[in-house]
Ligand binder design. Structure first.
Ligand code: PMP
Length: 396
């Protein structure tokens, strides 16, 4: 029965990783893969995570099932992190948290929840968006559409976005990136979030906010601006959160689905439905990553250590953004690339064409995704000049 099954091409990024590994050029630079890198090109385990793991190793008493919603201590810690300490949504018991296998798992929970509980609703996502958004909602059988987000001249197309959102059928779902838009790096400012809130209210849309990079843009609270605005001003919001980047827990699969409902009773109703979706997908979430996170967030010293580590990661990314633009100055291209400083998060749409990306790879061993998306964290002060020179060369 397997005879007719064709091989499909692997993930483009995986191909890029392979090609990079095989490249023998000592000057090679990897700007492709979507993980944080330190100045030495490593993705280390955070010190706060190591310390929490040591504690857990000693104190963990059981490997018994954790329950479909996961550990309540983790859920509460994520609710405070995402919605804000002392948020009225928490005192009013309007928010439910379900521990999930990564942000991806939270998105799949959201998708299955939507399919079974909001049947017939379509989802609208930015063009471009993280490609897995397409796959996850397709797999759940949800009709998918897009709204404009990046213009042909590589700027945020906010007018196009608003125009499109204003015409979405009432009651449909709109997927928004909370911060650090992947792949473009273009984020909404406070005024623009307010306008999004207005159109969501007007059209009675259901926002699904993907929050995968909290702390990587302007700060943990700053990055939550749009999430908190919508969650506080609307009756109902869906949020998916990930600890992969800000806790560096990628492979531990640590995320959370948050549902905000109109009141405590409705919150408990939707929460009961999420438990079913989780049970049918994987029964219980993996425990370790979430236990690490709740240990860190629940301990003053570990929390302080982690806050510093998040600040360091964010600081490094933003420094590299300015450093890159400065390195373009001797080539007369600082102004052209100034937008890199305004973008936020690990990723940048550089505006480089497919052809230019290919030349960078073939002639300079600089690897990025063919869309021109670069992982800024893959840069370091040692390679800035080399990369700037190469980009200047292919920009002729
Ligand atoms: N959403 C976006 C926009 C992402 O970029 C990612 C990670 N690449 C995720 C969600 C999911 O992250 P994870 O499943 O690794 O927590």
């Amino acid at each position: 029965m397997f005879e007719h099954i064709e091989r499909v091409p692997g993930d483009a990024i995986l191909g890029l990783i392979e090609a990079f590994k095989k490249d023998t050029n000592p000057r090679k630079v990897d700007l492709g893969v979507g993980v944080y890198r330190d100045a030495h090109g490593n993705t280390p385990v955070l010190k706060s995570v190591k310390a929490a793991e040591e504690r857990l190793l000693e104190q963990e008493e059981t490997k018994s099932y954790i329950g479909s919603h996961g550990d309540p201590a983790y859920g509460n810690a994520i609710l405070s992190l995402v919605l804000g300490e002392g948020s009225p949504l928490l005192t009013d018991k309007r928010a439910s948290a379900t521990q999930s296998p990564g942000g991806t798992g939270a998105l799949r929970l959201a998708a299955d929840f939507i399919r079974t509980n909001l049947p017939g609703k379509a989802i609208w996502m930015s063009n471009p968006t993280w490609p897995n958004h397409h796959g996850i909602f397709d797999a759940a059988g949800i009709e998918r559409h897009s709204y404009p987000y990046v213009s042909a001249s590589n700027t945020l197309d906010f007018d196009g976005m608003m125009d499109s959102l204003g015409r979405i059928p009432e009651g449909d779902i709109v997927l928004l990136h909370a911060c650090c838009h992947n792949p473009s790096g273009f984020d909404l400012d406070k005024q623009q979030w307010q306008q999004v809130l207005n159109v969501v209210k007007q059209r009675n849309l259901m926002p699904l906010i993907d929050f995968a990079y909290q702390g990587f843009g302007d700060g943990l609270d700053e990055d939550a601006y749009g999430v908190r605005l919508l969650a506080e001003q609307l009756d109902e919001v869906i949020i998916t959160s990930s600890c992969s980047k800000n806790f560096g827990l990628y492979r531990e699969r640590t995320g959370c689905l948050i549902l905000v409902a109109k009141n405590e009773e409705q919150m408990n109703n939707v929460r009961s439905q999420v438990a079913i979706v989780a049970r049918e997908n994987y029964s219980n979430p993996p425990s370790h990553g979430a236990a690490v996170v709740s240990t860190i967030l629940g301990d003053e010293a570990l929390r302080g250590m982690w806050l510093e580590e998040v600040d360091d990661m964010r600081g490094r990314i933003n420094q590299l953004r300015s450093g890159f633009v400065d390195a373009m100055a001797p080539h007369g291209l600082a102004e052209k690339f100034d937008f890199i400083k305004q973008q936020r998060g690990m990723f940048s749409y550089t505006g480089l064409s497919r052809d230019q990306v290919e030349r960078l790879r073939n002639d300079y061993s600089i690897y990025m995704v063919s869309s021109g998306r670069a992982n800024v964290a893959g840069l370091s002060s040692d390679v800035l000049e080399y990369v700037a020179q190469a980009i200047a060369d292919v920009s002729d």
